[in-house]
Write a protein that binds this ligand. Sequence first.
Ligand code: ADP
Ligand code: MG
Length: 577
Amino acid sequence: MGEIRLLSKEVINHIAAGEVIERPASVVKELIENSLDAVSANISVAIEGGGVSLIRVADNGSGMDKEDLEMAILRHATSKIKDTQDLFNIHSLGFRGEALPSIVSVSKAKISTRNKGFPFGWFISIQGGDIIESGKIGMPEGTIVEIKDLFFNTPARKKFLKTTSTEQRNIVDIISRYALCYPNIGFSLKANERSLLNLSSNIIFEDRVKTILGSNLKDKMFKFSKQISNMGLHGIVASPDVYRPTRGGIYTFVNSRSVKDPTLTAAVIEGFKDMLMKNRYPVAIIFLNIDPKDIDINVHPTKAQVRFKDPSKVFGLIAGTIKETLRTYPWREEGVYNREATSITTNMELHDSEHTSYFTSRQGLHHNDESSHYIQKHMFEKRTSFYTSKDIVGVLHSTYILLQDRDALYILDQHASHERINFERMKAIASSGMTPSQILLNPVIIELSQTEYNALEEIIPYIKEIGFDCAPFGKTAVAVRAVPNPLEKENIKEIILSLIHKVLQENWKGGDYINNIIATIACHKSVTAGMILSSQEISALLRDLDDLGSPHTCPHGRPLYKKITLSEIEKWIGRRP
Ligand code: ADP
Ligand code: MG
């Protein structure tokens, strides 16, 4: 008895902040939503240190009066809903009255605001939830929220933050999402005084898409719109040859709110079914407008997901509309889809050309330039005979090389093996300091979105070390002028994009860059599962593995083979008890 007590306001705010404010990008999201709810025409964001040292969001919206400013930082204080009825009929982005109190309880904040038509504004400074100063201030109409030292009083939360560049990227991503949804509103983002986004107001949707997702989408975007009883759907899909290696190119919005909902993403992917190969994802922007009474937006702390009254109807509408759009648009006749289809039927040809490429790249190594000398000297010191001492029994499903020795069977993954070989070679080349670069006669130009471009900038010094020469080309394109020696031109774009998307997804730390980059390139250059290797090539592969000291795992740490002993087999068959 007497053990239960009400928590203090401070503790309650910290608990709520833990749910609503995960990282700097969550603060940016909440502040932008507030600016949008306040009918702003321009929203400028400035950040420092990935948003941890500073986030400042300035808008030219309605502003607040002195009384509302004082109320705004109280928990459950909102101007947007009044009663439970409103909760099921939400037309604004915010409604819980939770964001500002949560943010100001875990930071050092200053909110300044000037109501439309008033001669001056009011400000309030808060530290860890406590008001430390307030008063009059001269400023333009609108609101400026300045958040410094995020999580200064919650060190545990701070520890979970990722690198500055990852946090910054999340911020670029959230602003990009809202910018796609509100093309008539101007958005800008500066990071450490450098302009990362500068999107003027009253832009037509297609132009906004091009600035954000990359101008290579020009002529590749197809609009659609569809209306059924209580739902409207519109947006664009990019033709299937503009695929991405992750789901990052799928943008979904419900009632003008950016959501990352698995049902919606799955529906988009379903719409592209059979048009994209495995591990390729579409680029699509979809806006679903639905009667607020048919959804519950109040199911997720950051409102990133929604609950639909009838999810299968939503799924069907999205997947069906996209399918229909892809079926009827002219790009299909122009050959994009047909090209894809023929490349599947002429699989054999493909095998042939890849065939030679394994050999050429292998032989390339034994040529006479300085670096291969170095590699031969240093790598082959490790030579062993684990793989070459075994007999080749055959190949299973053009994917697994079967080997045997006196007492076991070995099932060896040909792709993973080749990946490891490529990885070791490129690493040896990189550490030799004599990277053989191949200058391209015609540079390869790759159009990138702003986010992609920022990610590439992050890795440019590292890829230089292994033989790439990339230079900015226009605003967000890059020209690749030289590549590591045994790299085929056709792969360059795919490799660069794949590197960028790995950086975006995986949050590499300083020391990992070179290894991760090399592992990604190695994977792209490697023979794939299902590719038929000649017996000569299989022997060469085994020799290469042994030259490297017979590694047992691929660069990502997965095993190269599975060993099954004869006695295990005998047990299965029942020859042994
Ligand atoms: P919610 O958005 O759920 O109402 P918040 O804590 O985000 O809760 O904001 C509290 C209130 O402060 C809002 O309801 C709004 O009235 C006011 N407010 C916040 N930001 C702004 C802004 N940029 N411009 C005008 N009013 C704002
Ligand atoms: Mg809000």
